[in-house]
Design a protein around this ligand. Structure first.
Ligand SMILES: *[C@@H]1O[C@H](CO)[C@@H](O)[C@H](O)[C@H]1NC(C)=O
Ligand SMILES: *[C@@H]1O[C@H](CO)[C@@H](O)[C@H](O)[C@H]1NC(C)=O
Ligand SMILES: *[C@@H]1O[C@H](CO)[C@@H](O)[C@H](O)[C@H]1NC(C)=O
Length: 372
């Protein structure tokens, strides 16, 4: 859950849409609909609310007001709602402060034959919404380098959606190498957080807030992410797509990595308003990422499949400020290692402070999520 916040930081102000916070209302029976019906509703809401393009081909900044985000971002009570089970839309009036600007499209995750995993990580093809987000204010300058982040939303028949989050690292690629391509680096659902902290005071403060949020989540040790850099994939591995039927037994990868393809790497962000450029230049039906998975914290990454963009990318108010991606809270469990897997050895799980190994097995998933 850490990834998005770090971009909002770096001592800058976050841009929020003010005065346009009334959320669209999904139909009362939304949750009970099929995966396809939900996708159609969300996609039509997204398309009905896209940003107009000005003569220079940019999105107008006029509806965006700058405001410091500190009061919200450093408020654990406000932040914990990102874990609450709920709608695919933000609560009425709640601004999106995590990754508030992005582009969205329909993606197909194609998992190769022979996958040992369950749910959307089992062999097959899965349609999902995918959102590529970057700098909070949606602009790209030397002083405002690109910080790629990726989220996917899997929609199920008669069951709430499950979401996946991935990013590069806690700092942002451009502070390291000044690259301007969204597809320069791998994006991972769990990354080395050793660089967390000591970047700047606001980042340290945010991490402290996030740790407070995670520590305060209801339930047992398994009901919260290991740390601020790793978001679990358990929920998506627990049910079949699109039926939402429970898997007899869950085998979740510990983490997966999206590696940009050669085709994706051709794309270079040069425009100030880089999102408009992505919308213009990235075509539908492009293979954007290859996908690899790590079965346990101690295991090597193995090929899992491919991720294709199936629609055009679009940017707009609905996907930026109304559509909600609940942060997953359930963490990986060593019992998810398949019989031929390697048991997790806490001594081989990387730098100690990453703490990727799960807590004691006595910490089962214990609660049905309902948070204020
Ligand atoms: C923190 O957020 C909660 C929930 O949004 C709000 O009620 C409270 O007033 C906030 N606290 C501060 C100090 O802003
Ligand atoms: C990135 O750009 C800054 C400012 O131009 C420069 O000082 C720094 O050396 C660059 N870093 C790399 C790794 O090229
Ligand atoms: C955790 O769940 C497993 C499988 O259901 C069960 O065998 C075990 O007793 C549980 N542990 C605790 C501490 O509840």
């Amino acid at each position: 859950m850490m990834l998005p916040f770090r971009w909002a930081l770096i001592g800058v102000h976050l841009l929020m849409l003010l005065g346009t916070l009334t959320n669209a209302i999904l139909p009362d029976n939304y949750e009970g609909l099929t995966s396809t019906e939900k996708m159609n509703i969300l996609w039509s809401n997204i398309l009905n609310d896209i940003y107009p393009i000005d003569q220079e081909g940019n999105y107008p900044p006029s509806t965006v007001t700058e405001q410091t985000v500190g009061d919200l971002l450093f408020n654990a009570t406000f932040l914990k709602e990102v874990f609450a089970e709920g709608s695919d839309e933000l609560l009425n009036g709640r601004p999106k402060i995590i990754s508030p600007t992005g582009v969205i499209g329909q993606f197909e995750l194609i998992v190769s034959p022979g996958s040992p995993y369950t749910g959307v990580f089992s062999s097959g093809s899965y349609l999902a919404l995918g959102r590529l987000s970057g700098d909070p204010d949606g602009t790209l300058t030397q002083a405002n380098p690109l910080k790629p982040f990726f989220a996917m939303k899997f929609l199920y028949n008669g069951k709430k959606s499950e979401n996946l989050f991935a990013g590069y690292n806690t700092i942002g690629q451009s502070m390291l190498d000044n690259s301007t391509s969204f597809f320069r680096h791998q994006l991972s659902t769990g990354y080395d957080s050793t660089s967390d902290g000591a970047v700047n005071p606001s980042q340290d403060r945010l991490l402290a807030t996030l740790r407070e949020v995670v520590a305060g989540l209801p339930g047992g040790p398994r009901d919260r992410p290991q740390n601020t850099g790793i978001l679990g994939l358990v929920a998506m591995a627990s049910v079949k797509w699109p039926s939402g039927e429970k898997e007899a037994r869950t085998f979740a990868p510990f983490r997966i990595v999206f590696t940009p393809t050669a085709e994706a790497k051709l794309f270079r962000q040069t425009d100030f308003n880089y999102r408009a450029q992505m919308v213009r230049e990235i075509p539908a039906n492009i293979h954007l990422f290859s996908v690899t998975a790590q079965r346990s914290p101690c295991d090597v990454f193995k090929p899992l499949g491919e991720l294709w963009l199936r629609s055009n990318l679009v940017a707009g108010h609905y996907e930026d400020q109304i559509l909600r991606f609940q942060q997953p809270f359930r963490q990986w469990d060593p019992s998810f290692i398949t019989p031929d897997g390697i048991p997790c050895d806490t001594n081989e799980c990387g730098p100690v402070d990453i703490n990727v190994c799960p807590p004691d097995p006595s910490g089962n998933y214990t609660h049905n999520y309902q948070m204020g």
